[in-house]
Design a protein around this ligand. Structure first.
Ligand code: PLP
Length: 355
């Protein structure tokens, strides 16, 4: 049976990327060696990092003055690297979910943290809009896509202070104006590559302003100065990331990807809104295009386990909602074809007929 992979992360990657990665594990560039057994400084590996960096810049339209970094430690290490490198006195955070809360908590160890707004009281089902960014903050931190709660912040807004964004689960899914951000980071395992890799897009001139000692490995400057090769980087995920970036470029870039993602999200949200059994959990205007959360309507609540089983038997993988929301979550990352979304929609329609 065909499997439809709606996993939230690690998650679906393009089949072509998996195959090319597997090929490089067996024989890298016809060298007779595996990509796993060569030096990261080998003359044929350096071009992998160089091309990945160049494609990041090209696909996202990254302006001059920014560096692209490939780092270990996942997005969670960035929760501490950000304040370590940028927080001198005060930072502002928008609290829109579990990951945003974790980032905020980490910053508290480094200085004063202002939570400008939070949607926690509504179980993070919307993105707060009325708040003031303190003009004396060192930076303002946002999480553009809330993977667990299925909300997304689509505007690249102007801010009186540098904006830092966790884009772990929506990077490359839609066009963004990088010039509005001082730092964009994320874990690779949602839309880019296997786990073990984080990326950071850093505006060079925001660094060097804190007075504390920054441990060498936690300093963005170290990784900028060494082209992400200060120590051995996660070579295999970087190789896969390169293949994903090539795939993105060959398939029309981010503009084309965004159109496909809009079509996929509309298809599923329209069914959630039409189907008498289900209801979406996120505020309509903040609905994520990457993580689509829905539950049974209260009057059909007892059907949850039955639908889970029904869908699983029809090849739907990874649709169980996160425990903090319950119900279902379909992650519709770049590599997920619209046919898979259609299969889920068909499944929801069929289930409705039985009830
Ligand atoms: C998954 C996720 C993280 C955590 O990523 P790790 O790489 O596992 O540390 C952080 N932020 C967001 C928005 C995520 O979706």
């Amino acid at each position: 049976m065909k499997k439809h992979n709606f996993n939230a992360g690690p998650s679906i990657l393009p089949r072509e990327v998996i195959e090319k990665t597997a090929q490089a594990v067996l024989d890298f560039n016809g060298s007779g060696l595996s990509v796993l057994e060569i030096s990261h400084r080998a003359k044929d590996f350096q071009p992998v990092v160089d091309e990945a960096e160049a494609l990041f810049k090209e696909l996202l339209g990254i302006p001059e003055g920014y560096s692209v970094l490939f780092l270990g430690g996942g997005a969670s290490l960035q929760f501490c690297m950000v304040p370590f490198n940028l927080l001198e006195k005060k930072a502002a955070y928008l609290n829109t979910g579990t990951w945003a809360s974790k980032a905020l908590k980490e910053a508290k160890g480094f200085g004063e943290v202002v939570e400008v707004a939070s949607s926690k009281a509504a179980n993070f089902n919307y993105i707060p809009k009325d708040y003031v960014i303190p003009a004396d903050a060192d930076y303002f931190h946002i999480t553009t896509n809330n993977t667990i709660f299925g909300t997304e912040l689509f505007v690249d807004f102007d801010s009186p202070v540098p904006v830092v964004a966790d884009m772990s689960s929506d990077i490359f899914s839609r066009q963004i104006d990088v010039s509005k951000y001082a730092l964009i980071y994320g874990g690779a395992q949602k839309n880019l590559a296997p786990a073990g890799l984080a990326f950071a897009i850093v505006k060079n001139d925001i660094l060097g302003k804190v007075s504390r000692y920054i441990p060498t490995m936690l300093s963005y400057q170290t990784h900028i100065d060494n082209g992400s090769m200060f120590n051995t980087p996660p070579v295999l995920p970087i190789y896969s990331a390169l293949e994903t970036l090539r795939w993105l470029k060959a398939n029309g870039g981010i503009a084309a990807m965004e159109q496909k993602n809009i079509a996929k999200a509309n298809l599923l949200y329209n069914e959630i809104d039409r189907n008498k059994l289900f209801v979406g959990t996120a505020a309509v205007e903040d609905r994520s295009r990457m993580n689509i959360c829905f539950v049974m309507k209260p009057e059909y609540a007892e059907l949850e386990a039955e639908f889970q089983k029904f869908a699983t038997e029809r090849g739907m993988i990874g649709i169980k909602g996160h425990r903090s929301v319950g119900g279902f979550r379909a992650s519709t990352y770049n590599a997920l074809p619209i046919e898979s979304v259609q299969a889920l929609v068909d499944c929801m329609k069929e289930f409705e007929k039985l009830h």
